[in-house]
Design a protein around this ligand. Structure first.
Ligand code: F3S
Length: 61
């Protein structure tokens, strides 16, 4: 599973709070630190994608 953040991100930081192991804040947008999401963080990444207010987190299986 892979994840990415689009330019729709408004830097609300909810994803970083939900899964700091995978997301970090860049200068403008959140960034995904892992190329391949580790299995133990998949649930938290999916949750972050669901709660992101602008649906800026894209998940690819
Ligand atoms: Fe941006 Fe959504 Fe995260 S707005 S900071 S990608 S929760």
């Amino acid at each position: 599973m892979k994840a990415s953040v689009t330019e729709d991100c408004v830097a609300c930081e909810l994803c970083v709070e939900t899964c700091p192991e995978v997301f970090q804040m860049g200068e403008e947008f959140a960034e995904v630190m892992e190329d391949e999401i580790p299995p133990e963080h998949m649930d938290a990444v999916e949750e972050a994608a669901e709660i992101c207010p602008t649906e800026a987190i894209i998940i690819e299986e």
